[in-house]
Design a protein. Structure first.
Lengths: 101, 556
């Protein structure tokens, strides 16, 4: 399973493709379950890159637990949460309500 | 310290305007990322895991109060309230928006700072001994030469697209605190028998995936020949350095593959063509730059001895800080103070906005407005009257920066690692924090004595693990973090590259392994005066291997 991730051009914020747009949290990112879906995400990424919305596009491996997307690699877990030594920074620092929104 | 002249101001302002325009055009979609990327890198803007990162040059690690205050301001206004001081005496901000970077650069320019050449395959910030101008053992202040090199290398047309990045370090003392033998060019400022100033020139040092100790190619280069000789080295490198393989492109590989004799011959031959031409430094020009670095007028403050003696009796913690973080100054009434950015359990090199501002205030009040950033990721007040040490200490206690651990095991060099860096393969900061907490007792740290522990989160070795007495390299293996330990490295005048001691350790095991190494050392040292590195050089790796792995061999 893979999701599409990138960093937003204007501020570098890590974002994931979800529901027709770029979300600031990974939880409900669009998951590709097969090669065809991966190709679709890749095409969306290429378009967004060409449109100067995002940079550093990548498809990353994920699992889904209780409907929430979780990255497989530590690197991507840290991107999705924030520095592990600073729980007051990054996505992990946001109120849960804001994360769910 | 150096002050910008009209040319410098115009140059930096013009660059701010140029890059601001480039950012505007990028945000408007007029230029692509492929076009923009090399432009942003030339201006210190990287893209990391969570955001952009801005690396700002601190030339040869020297700052004044106004500049540090500005860094605090930038941390607060544009970032998340802190900055990270690096192993190249620079500072990095981890969270700036691209759209804010023009404003940040304009703020920096207002205090004579910039981010030019903090990335890219060019000559990077020239680093120097952090005690330059203050050290009792110094022949002369190396910073004027670092400044001359800065002026020469800034947007040097011939050396802006080298095979790979290029780092120069300068020291003015026999005791090398600038790690010159781990640099592409290392310069040791010294005097010859006639009392003239010049340099021993080292070439081809470096860390990364292929650590190499620089080779001395000249024992004494007259100061007037500094630029012509460096030009000759860069020309040979630019011509013959490998551009086909990024991992073999540094000058260390060229020196290694060509051989020191042949490379010396090539450099000398090139230099013969250059030495008597327009790169020869006129005496008056050297002295003019020297004048910028004239030491502050240090008035005698003989009351310091008595003041320090009394304060020592009064406060054990002050006394310990004095022993650990305060070093001898060339003026007997003064001292150089290391402000540790390695609080127990803290991220090495990080300072908050308010800490930066408070330290700037201290420098203004007690240290002639001068500050240094050390490559060991601490701040330095180079000139403090001994009579004022207690006041400085008390102020540092108030802002949480009085940890008395300079050169002890918790004074850890660490790269940002996987918590921030897009290149990293494992985390560094949490490992540093856990080791620091394990050895939290300063009494225990002092019992262990001088021990330089350095951690990198990938093979690029920004955390200088190769030259740590104990080095830790974090890698990714089978999806998990694995930490390799090297022992016996050193980055001083007796530079050595550490040896891998054996199989790596998981993040859960690494702190225990370090403690085991330290306990082994304590058990075998001849006495308290035998430092870790000396003991290791005497006994070699065997006792440490035995302590770490003997159980496994038997089990197997």
């Amino acid at each position: 399973m893979k999701v599409l991730t990138a960093n937003r051009l204007t501020d570098g914020e890590a974002v994931w493709y979800a529901n027709g747009g770029w979300a600031e949290i990974i939880d409900h990112a669009d998951v590709a379950h097969d090669k065809a879906a991966e190709d679709r995400l890749e095409a969306i990424g290429a378009t967004a890159y060409a449109n100067n919305e995002v940079v550093d596009i990548n498809l990353i491996d994920v699992t889904v637990a209780n409907g929430v997307v979780e990255p497989v690699r530590l690197r991507e877990k840290i991107r999705a949460a924030g520095p592990t030594n600073r729980s007051d920074l990054g996505k992990q620092a946001r109120p849960v309500a804001a994360r769910a929104a | 310290m150096y002050r910008y002249d009209e040319f410098d101001h115009d140059f930096v302002q013009a660059r701010v305007a140029e890059f601001s325009d480039q950012v505007t055009r990028r945000l408007a979609g007029e230029i692509t990322e492929d076009q923009f990327r090399p432009l942003r890198l030339m201006n210190g803007v990287y893209l990391q895991l969570h955001a952009y990162m801005l690396r700002i040059a601190v030339p040869y690690g020297t700052l004044n109060s106004k500049q540090l205050r500005m860094l605090g301001h930038i941390a607060r206004k544009y970032d998340k309230g802190y900055g990270h001081f690096t192993t190249r005496q620079n500072i990095q901000f981890n969270w700036p928006a691209l759209s804010d970077i023009p404003a940040i650069l304009a703020d920096l320019a207002s205090v004579e700072m910039h981010a030019i050449q903090t990335s890219g395959n060019c000559i990077r910030n020239v680093t120097a001994d952090h005690f330059a101008g203050a050290a009792a053992d110094e022949v002369a202040d190396p910073r004027p030469y670092a400044e001359i090199l800065r002026q020469w290398s800034s947007v040097h047309p011939e050396f802006s697209f080298l095979p790979r990045k290029f780092k120069i370090a300068v020291t003015g003392a026999e005791r090398d605190r600038a790690a010159i033998q781990t640099h592409d060019i290392g310069l040791h400022l010294k005097k010859n028998a006639a009392g003239e100033l010049g340099f021993a020139v080292y070439v081809g040092g470096g860390q990364g995936r292929t650590p190499m100790i620089a080779k001395k190619i000249r024992d004494f280069l007259p100061e007037a020949d500094l630029l012509s000789y460096c030009t000759a080295i860069l020309r040979v490198y630019n011509l013959y350095g490998r551009r086909d393989n990024k991992y073999k492109a540094r000058v260390k590989i060229l020196v290694h593959e060509t051989g020191v004799e042949e490379i010396t011959r090539q450099v000398e031959a090139e230099w013969q063509e250059l030495k008597d031409a327009d790169l020869k430094l006129p005496e008056a020009d050297i002295r003019a730059i020297d004048a910028y670095f004239a030491p502050p007028a240090l008035t005698d403050r003989p009351e310091g001895d008595e003041a320090v003696k009394l304060a020592r009796l009064d406060s054990k913690s002050f006394s310990e800080w004095l022993d650990q973080n305060v070093v001898t100054h060339r003026h007997p009434d003064y001292a150089a103070v290391t402000i540790s950015l390695k609080g127990i359990g803290e991220a090495p090199g990080d300072a908050s906005d308010s800490q930066m501002e408070a330290v700037a205030d201290l420098a203004e009040k007690y240290a002639f407005d001068e500050l240094r950033v050390s490559h060991e990721q601490n701040l330095i007040l180079p000139h403090v009257a001994r009579a004022d040490l207690k006041a400085v200490y008390d102020a540092l206690v108030d802002i949480g920066l009085a940890t008395a651990n300079s050169n002890l095991i918790s004074d850890i060099i660490s790269c940002p690692g996987l918590d921030y860096c897009a290149l990293a393969t494992a985390r560094s900061i949490p490992v540093a924090q856990e080791i620091s907490l394990r050895f939290a007792s300063l009494e225990r740290q002092r019992e262990i004595g001088e021990l330089k522990l350095k951690i990198s989160g990938c093979i690029n070795a920004c955390g200088h693990h190769h030259v740590g007495h104990i080095g830790i390299l974090g890698v990714e293996k089978k999806g998990a973090e694995l930490y390799q330990v090297t022992l016996g490295g050193s980055a001083d005048e007796n530079t050595s590259v550490g040896e891998i001691i054996g199989r790596g350790f998981s993040s859960a095991e690494i702190t225990d392994a370090i403690e085991q190494i330290v306990e082994t050392y304590l058990g075998l040292r001849l006495d308290r005066n035998e430092k870790f590195i000396d003991a290791y050089r005497r006994v070699g790796p065997a006792p440490f291997k035995e302590a770490l792995y003997a159980g496994e061999a038997k089990a197997a």
